[in-house]
Write a protein that binds this ligand. Structure first.
Ligand SMILES: NC(=O)c1ccc[n+]([C@@H]2O[C@H](COP(=O)([O-])OP(=O)(O)OC[C@H]3O[C@@H](n4cnc5c(N)ncnc54)[C@H](OP(=O)(O)O)[C@@H]3O)[C@@H](O)[C@H]2O)c1
Length: 267
């Protein structure tokens, strides 16, 4: 039986959501590995700060992943300019915790539009180019909250479960074109987005998370880069504790349900 091939090193990568947090750490690692990297996000200020950190191996474009026409236009323009990327990563997304009846309506639609539909728009824009080029890799971003429903995260969890379902179906669909799809499932990670998320966490959610390990964005990026060296493997779960949790979610659902329940009497 032949062994899975080692993918060639990344030459050109697009990182949507690459101006901060996990996406920026991934972009940094890719630039350090010699790749030409284009980071994409909305804010010109964040992109300028990211470019100063990334140095001459990087470029930036402003785009909102919730706008499918804008995403398609920027992808087409970049392909004309720098060629078809071998790697496309999308980390653009956010979490707004809160109990369902208290979540602002804008954040309900905002999380679906950014986390789920934003991922769809990016993949839809890049797939024809990867197919025409004979292959490439797409990395989408879910979360540990995409593996198990977490109280206080109803809508966020729904978007991140959605990202996994979408990515699994896409992976099977584009395999004949030589395109690989992986989905990153980070645990809590110290990023600007996580700091903002913490401002909205109900006290019970904060208390439940006291014993949960938190990773750095660099550790998450390193886990992804290790996973990219293996052709096989779909879910990328950074951190030993998170991998154990992922196994428990799959094989010990009753135990996990007890651990993840909101405290208080069942009525
Ligand atoms: N940090 C965690 O604990 C954690 C845990 C599990 C999963 N995740 C997931 O990992 C991903 C990255 O999280 P993070 O903590 O690194 O977030 P972050 O620090 O807030 O960075 C998010 C990046 O996405 C960009 N972005 C946000 N909305 C966008 C939009 N509509 N269009 C284009 N770009 C957009 C942001 O730039 P602009 O604001 O300039 O657009 C920024 O570059 C998210 O999908 C998140 O759900 C994070």
């Amino acid at each position: 039986m032949s062994r899975p091939q080692r993918p060639t090193p990344v030459r050109t990568a697009l990182v949507f959501g690459g101006s901060e947090g996990i996406g920026l750490a991934i972009a940094e690692r890719l630039v350090a590995g010699g790749a030409r990297v284009v980071v994409l996000s909305r804010s010109e200020d964040k992109l300028a700060t990211a470019l100063a950190r990334l140095g001459p191996g990087a470029d930036a474009r402003s785009v909102d992943v919730t706008d499918p026409a804008a995403v398609a236009a920027v992808v087409d323009a970049l392909v004309a300019e720098v060629g078809v990327p071998d790697l496309v990563v999308t980390t653009a997304g956010y979490a707004r915790p809160g109990y369902l009846d208290e979540l602002p309506a804008d954040d309900i639609t905002g999380m679906v539009a950014t986390n789920l539909l934003g991922t769809v728009h990016v993949c839809r824009a890049v797939v024809p180019h990867l197919r025409a080029a004979g292959g490439g890799t797409i990395v989408t971003t879910s979360s540990m909250a995409g593996l198990a429903g977490v109280f206080g995260y109803t809508v966020y969890s729904a978007t991140k479960f959605g990202v996994i379902g979408f990515s699994e179906a896409l992976r099977r669909e584009v395999r004949p074109y030589g395109v690989t799809v992986k989905v990153l499932c980070p645990p809590n990670t110290l990023t600007p987005g996580f700091a903002e998320e913490n401002r909205h966490k109900p006290a019970e959610v904060l208390a439940a998370e006291e014993s949960v390990a938190t990773l750095t964005p660099e550790a998450v990026a390193d886990a992804l880069l290790r996973a990219l060296r293996r052709r096989r493997g779909f879910l990328v779960v950074p951190g030993r504790d998170s991998r154990l949790a992922a196994v428990a979610i799959r094989y010990l659902p009753v135990v996990v349900d007890r651990a993840l329940r909101r405290p208080g009497p069942a009525t």
